[in-house]
Design a protein around this ligand. Structure first.
Ligand SMILES: Cc1cc2nc3c(=O)[nH]c(=O)nc-3n(C[C@H](O)[C@H](O)[C@H](O)COP(=O)(O)OP(=O)(O)OC[C@H]3O[C@@H](n4cnc5c(N)ncnc54)[C@H](O)[C@@H]3O)c2cc1C
Length: 391
């Protein structure tokens, strides 16, 4: 085990927030350590188009992070969308807007992550394939242990991400490091995650229902959202499901409104000379129409109760679901308690010179560029705090 000279800064994690922090650091007596080659998650964001931020005004942006959004007021005061877009321009990265979301224009997510890594590597050593296994305080310094080395540093930045998509490197090990340094971890939960279903819905895979209302039936309340719904081989996905997955639950039932106006459809069904399923397949994908009650019966012969059954099927198609887990989740809810972090500096309130940026903290945004905006803004804030102290 090699003990290096004392460093000014160690950043653990070369993802979105860690690389932003490294980029803005003025001091070069610093290193970044990453479990893999770094920026794996950034390289796959937004279906390779990277939804970097969005056009919402400042005050409407904060609620995108739920009840913890106010924590970001200060950091967004320093580095928000304008600063982010200006920075990207300096990196040669152009953006474009699409329905209020801002995506990369001239490069893919993969190319962007390469550009950012290369830029950082011109000044700071990025130590790849060197996972950090422990971190502890020794006097005024931190001792950071990897499988290969033992490092000493004055400032330590934990930018290890959440627990979702663990093959990208963010496998939750950063939470153990934070715990070793005295921090509390708010319960972790996968969000922005598809729903898996034990019921046989795999034969519906590939079906998309546009702008559909889906209601999550929880013990104490029902939560309805509208958006596109996609049937997959494992269950359900699409924007409406990802939105619903931001609610806490283990197992639940969802109700899908298959048609906008089931009552009117059923009124007309009564006059159709043919099988129920054939009439319904005018409005629904055939495989769904085939699930209707009384599907083989002549529609004109349906009695009042049978018509009601069909109406219920169209307005309230039930599926038992559970969240698919961290492997398929875009984001992790929970993390280092923000009660223990100073919102002006992102420094630990428990251990001096220890900083957090990105998803490791208990801050999580909805889909739509909130998470990357936060990752870059928090990385900037940590770097400028350290710059002010060192200079
Ligand atoms: C498929 C997918 C698409 C997404 N698309 C978008 C999008 O379009 N827009 C958006 O806003 N958000 C998107 N997100 C969310 C966004 O990518 C993350 O919130 C963001 O990358 C978090 O940045 P981070 O720096 O906190 O963590 P990460 O980017 O996850 O980086 C953490 C880094 O830390 C390293 N690490 C972890 N533990 C250790 C350790 N013990 N030792 C050393 N290194 C370690 C990891 O290897 C990794 O490189 C997407 C997420 C996924 C999974």
């Amino acid at each position: 085990m090699i003990l290096s000279k004392v460093l000014d800064v160690i950043i653990v994690g070369a993802g979105a927030s860690g690389l932003a922090c490294a980029y803005f650091l003025k001091n070069s007596n610093a290193i970044i350590l990453d479990k893999y080659e770094g920026a794996r998650k950034l390289a796959i964001t937004g279906n390779n188009r990277c939804n970097i931020t969005n056009t919402l005004p400042f005050e409407d942006f904060l609620p995108g992070y739920g009840k913890n959004g106010q924590f970001l007021r200060d950091t967004f005061g320093k580095f928000f969308r304008e600063e982010l877009l200006f920075w990207l321009k300096r990196l040669g990265v152009e953006t474009r807007e699409e329905n209020g979301k801002i995506f990369l224009k001239n490069v893919s997510s993969k190319e962007f992550s390469r550009i950012l890594k290369n830029k950082v590597e011109t000044r700071i050593k990025v130590k790849k394939f060197e996972p950090v296994i422990s971190a502890k305080r020794e006097g005024n310094l931190f001792l950071v242990e990897t499988e290969k080395n033992l490092y000493k540093t004055i400032n330590l930045v934990l930018a290890t991400g959440g627990k979702s998509y663990p093959h990208t490197g963010s496998d939750g090990s950063g939470y153990s490091l934070a715990k070793q340094l005295g921090h509390t971890i708010v319960d972790l939960e996968p969000i922005e995650v598809p729903f898996c279903s034990k019921e046989k819905v795999d034969h519906l895979k590939g079906i998309t229902l546009k702008n559909t209302t889906v209601t999550l039936k929880l013990e104490r309340k029902n939560i309805a959202e509208k958006g596109d719904l996609l049937f997959t081989h494992f269950g359900l996905s699409g924007p409406v499901i990802l939105k619903l997955s931001n609610n806490s639950f283990r197992e639940a039932e969802i109700s899908v409104k298959l048609l906008d106006n089931p009552k009117r459809t059923v009124e007309k069904l009564h006059f159709y000379k043919g099988k129920t399923k054939n009439y319904l397949s005018r409005f629904l994908p055939k495989k769904l129409a085939d699930l209707s009650p009384h599907k083989e019966l002549q529609a004109t012969n349906l009695n009042k109760k049978q018509l009601k059954d069909v109406e219920n099927f169209l307005s309230d198609f039930r599926i038992k679901v559970k969240k698919c887990g961290f492997k398929r989740a875009f984001v992790t809810k929970g993390g280092v308690s923000i009660k223990e972090i100073d919102p002006r500096t992102f420094e630990s309130k428990i251990t001096k010179n220890l900083f957090f940026c990105g998803e490791i903290a208990d801050i999580q945004g909805s889909i739509g560029g909130f998470n990357l905006q936060y990752a870059f803004s928090s990385g900037y804030t940590v770097a400028s705090t350290i710059n002010n102290r060192i200079s």
